[in-house]
Design a protein around this ligand. Structure first.
Ligand code: FE
Ligand code: FE
Ligand code: ZN
Length: 299
């Protein structure tokens, strides 16, 4: 069965809001941040909300095993020039893992980090070292390193870089990979040749390490190193290629998560998920989304 969902906001009623939004999009999984993606301010998780969310998931057919949490993107494990900031990132992620565990969620997606002014191999080593400080044997959460576009000094823009980071981690069964189709395209991996990409990935890391795939089109061309997501079929990757990824036999048990841009004030996910389920491109996506939500208050 297709495991499909999108990024959803984690609202004032925490996981409950996230689940309700996911269900309204026709999703059977979702990805959330435990607070704002761009900061590290986090509220205590309310057990009552966790229990209610679990009940809603059960009723709505969302298996918690497929739910993904994304770490905020300002934490940077790659650069140690400001020791304090590096330790802050480590401590934040330790707490984030606890929160994720409290929710019963298994996967935490992480951007590996930005090298900034230091050598790349040193940066990759810093990430592994930080992961060793963050992960412990009792942890039930797997950290998924996301494949990056290579914008600026981003680490993780090649399969080899991800492999180098993973090799430095002592508890190997606690790290995996999250592919992102927009990032792959922007990093220079042609999604027209996705089979080739997976073949290479299999020989370097292993397909079983892929635990999540972000499904996004890209506003920019192959190898542009930009990282700007486009709606499905409205970018340079194209709808047919994205369908091929979503239905790829080797990835059939892996959750697929959309992180495409909102259209005006509205989320596109209900209609993009329908497109993928039907394997049919919707040339009226924006108009359909706006029409559907114009009288809605909750989305
Ligand atoms: Fe990400
Ligand atoms: Fe992503
Ligand atoms: Zn991105």
């Amino acid at each position: 069965m297709l495991i499909i969902g999108s990024h959803v906001n984690f609202g004032s009623n925490q996981l409950v809001g996230a689940v309700n939004r996911a269900l309204s999009y026709g999703a059977n999984t979702f990805m959330f941040y435990t607070g704002a993606p761009q900061n590290t301010i986090r509220k205590k998780l309310e057990p009552a909300y966790i229990n209610e969310a679990k009940k809603l998931m059960q009723e709505g057919g969302i298996n918690l095993e497929n739910v993904i949490c994304h770490a905020p993107y300002i934490v940077n494990l790659a650069n140690k020039e400001k020791e304090e900031a590096w330790h802050f990132s480590i401590n934040f992620l330790k707490q984030e893992i606890q929160r994720v565990e409290e929710l019963g969620v298994k996967y935490l997606v992480l951007h590996p980090g930005n090298a900034l002014k230091i050598e790349r191999d040193v940066a990759l080593n810093n990430i592994s070292e930080a992961l060793n400080a963050i992960i412990n044997e009792d942890s039930k959460v797997m950290i998924l390193l996301e494949t990056m576009a290579g914008k600026g000094t981003e680490c993780g823009k090649t399969t080899e870089e991800i492999k180098t980071i993973m090799d430095g981690v002592l508890l190997q069964d606690k790290v995996g990979v999250c592919l992102d189709t927009c990032h792959l395209n922007d990093a220079g991996y042609d999604i027209n040749e996705f089979d080739e990409y997976l073949k290479e990935f299999a020989s370097i890391i292993g397909i079983d390490k892929i635990k999540c795939v972000h499904i996004n089109d890209s506003k920019n061309g192959l190898g542009s190193h930009k990282d700007r997501h486009a709606n499905l079929g409205y970018g340079t990757i194209g709808f047919t290629n994205l369908v091929k990824v979503v239905y790829h036999e080797l990835l059939k048990d892996v959750p697929k998560i959309l992180e495409t841009p909102w259209l005006g004030d509205y989320p596109p996910y209900k209609f993009e998920i329908a497109m993928l389920k039907d394997k049919t491109f919707n040339p009226n996506l924006e108009a359909d989304v706006k029409e559907f939500y114009k009288n809605e208050r909750n989305f």
